[in-house]
Design a protein around this ligand. Structure first.
Ligand code: HEC
Length: 188
């Protein structure tokens, strides 16, 4: 009975403490102040587990190494992703540097599993800068991007320029893609 009372007092004090912390605005939401190392490790771990669990049942298309897919993915990546995740030969940018968590450099870091990468690209990541691209792009397009990501760490700056039409904006490889599957005859 005595210990029960002691526990109740402890729980009430703890809840009060949490209340004062939250209401008092003590938690710093600033993007230029990192989490504690332990908090960051915990969130990172939870995120990896969450993504891997949800991505486990995804079926990877057999033709991810098809150059037509990679080329189509490069165009998408240059237009939508490079500003945050960098491209071969591209230095960092103001937006990327100010984001927290900092978007990983995918030209260096690559992806560890195509299914998880697909899931993250399709659904995005809560409370980070990573948008969900599923609402605006079909799965085939997202797989093109995954195909590109697999090759990105091995892509040189000049290869990148060839892939993206050399001007850093929309190149030419997108052309036939809108109406079908890149005219490669390989996809589906
Ligand atoms: C506004 C910035 C921003 C844009 C644009 C963006 N991302 Fe991200 N992305 C992030 C951030 C931030 C993270 C890391 C989130 C975290 O650590 O929890 C991330 C994470 C990822 C990851 C997971 C990496 C890993 O190792 O866990 C992949 C894959 C990814 N993004 C791909 C893409 C692709 C492909 C595009 C374009 C279609 C894109 N991102 C566009 C900010 C962005």
């Amino acid at each position: 009975m005595k210990t029960l009372k002691a526990w109740s007092v402890l729980v009430i004090l703890l809840l009060l403490g949490v209340g004062v912390f939250l209401v008092g605005g003590a938690y710093n939401f600033a993007a230029d102040e990192p989490h504690w190392t332990a908090t960051e490790a915990l969130i990172g771990y939870a995120r990896h587990r969450s993504v891997d669990a949800r991505a486990a049942d995804i079926t990877v298309p057999g033709d991810l190494s098809d150059p037509a897919r990679v080329a189509a993915g490069a165009e998408q990546y240059q237009a939508m992703c490079a500003g945050c995740h960098l491209a071969p030969g591209q230095g960092s940018g103001a937006m990327r540097d100010g984001l927290y968590p900092r978007p990983p450099d995918l030209t260096d870091h690559g992806i560890h599993d195509p299914r998880s990468a697909f899931w993250v690209i399709k659904h995005g990541i809560k409370m980070s800068g990573m948008p969900a691209w599923g609402p605006s792009h079909d799965d085939e397009t997202l797989w093109d991007i995954v195909a590109l990501l697999q090759t990105l760490p091995d892509t040189s700056e000049s290869q990148w320029e060839n892939l993206t039409g050399g001007n850093g904006e929309h190149g030419t490889t997108r052309a036939g893609r809108q109406h079908g599957h890149g005219g490669s005859g390989h996809s589906h």
